[in-house]
Design a protein around this ligand. Sequence first.
Ligand code: NAG
Ligand code: NAG
Length: 138
Amino acid sequence: MIIVIHFLFSTLMFYDAKTLLSNIALYLHLEKAQNTNGIHIGRSDGVNVLNTEIKTCDDCVSIRDGSKILVINGVTCGPGHGISIVSLELFKNEEPVDGVTIKNCTMTNTSNGVRIKSWPSVETGTCSNIHFECYFAL
Ligand SMILES: *[C@@H]1O[C@H](CO)[C@@H](O)[C@H](O)[C@H]1NC(C)=O
Ligand SMILES: *[C@@H]1O[C@H](CO)[C@@H](O)[C@H](O)[C@H]1NC(C)=O
Protein backbone atom coordinates (compact mmCIF):
# COMPACT_ATOMS: atom_id res chain seq x y z
CA MET A 1 0.00 0.00 0.00
CA ILE A 2 1.19 3.50 -0.74
CA ILE A 3 0.22 6.29 1.61
CA VAL A 4 0.07 9.63 -0.15
CA ILE A 5 0.60 12.76 1.92
CA HIS A 6 0.11 16.19 0.35
CA PHE A 7 2.03 18.90 2.16
CA LEU A 8 1.53 22.59 2.02
CA PHE A 9 4.35 23.85 4.23
CA SER A 10 5.41 21.22 6.67
CA THR A 11 7.89 18.44 6.71
CA LEU A 12 8.09 15.00 8.25
CA MET A 13 10.66 15.24 11.04
CA PHE A 14 12.45 12.52 12.88
CA TYR A 15 14.55 13.27 15.92
CA ASP A 16 15.53 10.64 18.46
CA ALA A 17 13.70 8.17 16.32
CA LYS A 18 14.17 4.59 15.27
CA THR A 19 11.70 4.51 12.47
CA LEU A 20 10.74 2.57 9.42
CA LEU A 21 9.15 4.77 6.87
CA SER A 22 8.00 2.82 3.87
CA ASN A 23 5.76 3.14 0.84
CA ILE A 24 4.95 6.77 1.26
CA ALA A 25 4.52 9.45 -1.35
CA LEU A 26 5.18 12.99 -0.12
CA TYR A 27 4.06 15.76 -2.42
CA LEU A 28 4.81 19.24 -1.26
CA HIS A 29 2.84 22.03 -2.79
CA LEU A 30 5.39 23.16 -5.32
CA GLU A 31 4.41 26.81 -5.61
CA LYS A 32 3.85 27.47 -1.92
CA ALA A 33 6.34 25.26 -0.16
CA GLN A 34 9.56 27.02 -1.18
CA ASN A 35 12.51 26.00 1.02
CA THR A 36 10.58 23.10 2.48
CA ASN A 37 12.31 19.79 2.80
CA GLY A 38 10.50 16.48 2.44
CA ILE A 39 11.93 14.56 5.39
CA HIS A 40 14.30 15.77 8.11
CA ILE A 41 16.29 13.22 10.05
CA GLY A 42 18.63 14.04 12.91
CA ARG A 43 19.98 12.60 16.18
CA SER A 44 18.53 9.25 15.25
CA ASP A 45 20.01 5.79 15.01
CA GLY A 46 18.53 3.19 12.70
CA VAL A 47 16.00 5.10 10.59
CA ASN A 48 14.98 3.39 7.33
CA VAL A 49 13.30 5.28 4.52
CA LEU A 50 12.14 2.80 1.89
CA ASN A 51 10.23 2.99 -1.40
CA THR A 52 9.17 6.57 -0.95
CA GLU A 53 8.44 9.18 -3.57
CA ILE A 54 9.20 12.79 -2.66
CA LYS A 55 8.39 15.91 -4.66
CA THR A 56 9.42 19.19 -3.13
CA CYS A 57 11.23 22.51 -3.69
CA ASP A 58 14.15 21.89 -1.37
CA ASP A 59 15.89 18.75 -0.13
CA CYS A 60 13.92 15.53 -0.53
CA VAL A 61 15.71 14.17 2.52
CA SER A 62 17.70 16.42 4.80
CA ILE A 63 20.09 14.50 7.03
CA ARG A 64 21.22 16.39 10.11
CA ASP A 65 23.79 15.86 12.79
CA GLY A 66 23.66 12.71 14.87
CA SER A 67 22.17 10.56 12.10
CA LYS A 68 23.60 7.06 12.43
CA ILE A 69 22.94 3.81 10.59
CA LEU A 70 20.50 5.47 8.25
CA VAL A 71 19.29 3.52 5.20
CA ILE A 72 17.53 5.20 2.33
CA ASN A 73 16.51 2.66 -0.31
CA GLY A 74 14.18 3.04 -3.26
CA VAL A 75 13.51 6.75 -2.85
CA THR A 76 12.37 8.65 -5.92
CA CYS A 77 13.26 12.32 -5.55
CA GLY A 78 12.24 15.20 -7.77
CA PRO A 79 11.64 17.91 -8.34
CA GLY A 80 13.78 19.13 -5.48
CA HIS A 81 17.40 19.62 -4.52
CA GLY A 82 18.25 15.96 -4.02
CA ILE A 83 19.34 14.31 -0.79
CA SER A 84 21.57 16.34 1.51
CA ILE A 85 23.66 15.93 4.61
CA VAL A 86 23.24 19.45 5.93
CA SER A 87 24.48 22.19 8.19
CA LEU A 88 27.63 20.44 9.34
CA GLU A 89 29.70 22.76 11.51
CA LEU A 90 26.92 25.31 11.82
CA PHE A 91 25.82 24.62 15.38
CA LYS A 92 27.64 23.96 18.63
CA ASN A 93 27.89 20.38 19.91
CA GLU A 94 26.99 18.66 16.70
CA GLU A 95 27.08 14.90 16.80
CA PRO A 96 28.80 13.06 13.95
CA VAL A 97 26.87 11.72 11.00
CA ASP A 98 28.01 8.13 10.65
CA GLY A 99 26.85 5.26 8.45
CA VAL A 100 24.50 6.64 5.80
CA THR A 101 23.58 4.29 2.95
CA ILE A 102 21.62 5.78 0.08
CA LYS A 103 20.97 3.22 -2.64
CA ASN A 104 18.66 2.37 -5.50
CA CYS A 105 17.25 5.87 -5.53
CA THR A 106 16.09 7.76 -8.58
CA MET A 107 16.62 11.46 -9.09
CA THR A 108 14.32 13.08 -11.62
CA ASN A 109 14.57 16.79 -12.32
CA THR A 110 16.65 17.56 -9.23
CA SER A 111 19.16 20.38 -8.99
CA ASN A 112 21.67 18.13 -7.17
CA GLY A 113 22.17 14.47 -6.42
CA VAL A 114 23.58 13.94 -2.97
CA ARG A 115 25.35 16.81 -1.25
CA ILE A 116 27.22 17.31 1.98
CA LYS A 117 26.82 20.90 3.14
CA SER A 118 29.14 22.36 5.71
CA TRP A 119 29.69 25.91 6.90
CA PRO A 120 32.83 27.95 7.36
CA SER A 121 32.67 28.08 11.12
CA VAL A 122 34.58 27.53 14.27
CA GLU A 123 32.32 24.64 15.19
CA THR A 124 33.38 21.12 14.29
CA GLY A 125 31.38 18.40 12.62
CA THR A 126 32.18 15.12 10.94
CA CYS A 127 30.53 12.67 8.63
CA SER A 128 31.83 9.26 7.72
CA ASN A 129 30.83 5.97 6.10
CA ILE A 130 28.60 7.49 3.46
CA HIS A 131 27.55 5.25 0.55
CA PHE A 132 25.63 6.54 -2.40
CA GLU A 133 24.23 4.78 -5.47
CA CYS A 134 21.47 6.47 -7.41
CA TYR A 135 20.04 6.66 -10.90
CA PHE A 136 19.59 9.95 -12.64
CA ALA A 137 16.62 10.07 -14.99
CA LEU A 138 16.84 12.80 -17.61
C1 NAG B 1 14.55 -0.31 -5.65
O1 NAG B 1 13.57 0.68 -5.43
C2 NAG B 1 12.28 0.35 -5.92
C3 NAG B 1 11.37 1.54 -5.63
O2 NAG B 1 11.83 2.70 -6.28
C4 NAG B 1 11.77 -0.91 -5.22
O3 NAG B 1 10.52 -1.26 -5.75
C5 NAG B 1 12.77 -2.04 -5.43
O4 NAG B 1 12.36 -3.17 -4.67
C6 NAG B 1 14.16 -1.60 -4.95
N1 NAG B 1 15.13 -2.66 -5.28
C7 NAG B 1 15.98 -3.16 -4.37
C8 NAG B 1 16.94 -4.19 -4.90
O5 NAG B 1 16.00 -2.83 -3.19
C1 NAG C 1 11.31 20.41 -13.06
O1 NAG C 1 11.01 21.00 -11.82
C2 NAG C 1 10.63 22.37 -11.89
C3 NAG C 1 10.39 22.84 -10.48
O2 NAG C 1 11.58 22.72 -9.74
C4 NAG C 1 9.37 22.51 -12.73
O3 NAG C 1 9.05 23.89 -12.87
C5 NAG C 1 9.61 21.89 -14.11
O4 NAG C 1 8.42 21.92 -14.84
C6 NAG C 1 10.10 20.46 -13.96
N1 NAG C 1 10.46 19.90 -15.27
C7 NAG C 1 10.01 18.71 -15.67
C8 NAG C 1 10.51 18.26 -17.01
O5 NAG C 1 9.29 18.00 -14.97
